[in-house]
Design a protein around this ligand. Structure first.
Ligand code: AMP
Length: 217
């Protein structure tokens, strides 16, 4: 089973949701660059303060900063057996840096790159209705509403709208994805590890499709 996995797809495709399911099934850690940035932002670390402006306006944090953050995370022992990356790489230089990191650790190459495909209008609807709690549980005001409005079903904490989930910022994030990240689809296709998955179906069906496709590689 492939264990060096990169999950691709536009913002709102459901990468985070799928990554949580898949990492449990495969027994490898889920590493989300967006989650690490948000954690740093909450704790007001120097990295969080640096990243905040980029995140809130929907732009990418500079490559050198992002790459060293991921490098540090991948050097931890839990990534020895493999890793499921969500939100990284997002640019060609980041993809090159990841290849170098894996080679250096004798982990070969990325061996599966599922790309979750969802039409743009659906992405906008999903992102602008998304509400999260600070512990990473995610809801949607229409498609997956919490039992009590504004409160997380899992831990009872307050739900909030991510500052970058407003209509204007979402459009910019999708544009940034098309310009800077979507070229990676070809990059991984050329390496014969790309799997395209229809993300416009229920969560468990997407999860099954992703798992089956990875198992087949
Ligand atoms: P996400 O939660 O993956 O949608 O990421 C939220 C925001 O974090 C992005 O819009 C970027 O500002 C920043 N970010 C996350 N991952 C990366 C990355 N690989 N490269 C640059 N910026 C990133």
């Amino acid at each position: 089973m492939p264990k060096q996995i990169v999950l691709l797809g536009p913002p709102g495709a459901g990468k985070g949701t799928q990554a949580k399911i898949l990492s449990k099934k495969l027994g490898i850690p889920h590493v989300s660059s967006g989650d690490i940035f948000r954690e740093n932002l909450r704790e007001k670390t120097p990295l969080g303060i640096l990243a905040e402006g980029y995140i809130n306006c929907g732009e990418l944090v500079p490559d050198d900063v992002t790459v060293s953050m991921i490098q540090e995370r991948l050097s931890r022992p839990d990534c020895e057996a493999g890793v499921l990356l969500d939100g990284f790489p997002r640019t060609a230089p980041q993809a090159d840096a990841l290849d170098r990191m894996l080679r250096k650790k004798n982990k070969g190459q990325v061996n599966a790159a599922p790309c979750i495909v969802v039409p743009n209008d659906v992405l906008i609807e999903r992102l602008t209705g998304r509400r999260s709690c600070q512990n990473g549980h995610v809801f949607h005001i229409v498609f997956n509403p919490p039992k009590v409005e504004g409160i997380c079903d899992v831990d009872g904490s307050e739900l909030y709208q991510r500052e970058d989930d407003t209509v204007e910022t979402v459009s910019r994030r999708i544009r940034v994805y098309l310009e800077q990240t979507s070229p990676l689809i070809d990059y991984y296709r050329q390496q014969d590890v790309l799997i395209e998955i229809d993300g416009n179906q229920p969560i468990d069906m997407v999860a099954e499709a992703v798992y089956a496709a990875i198992a087949e590689l």
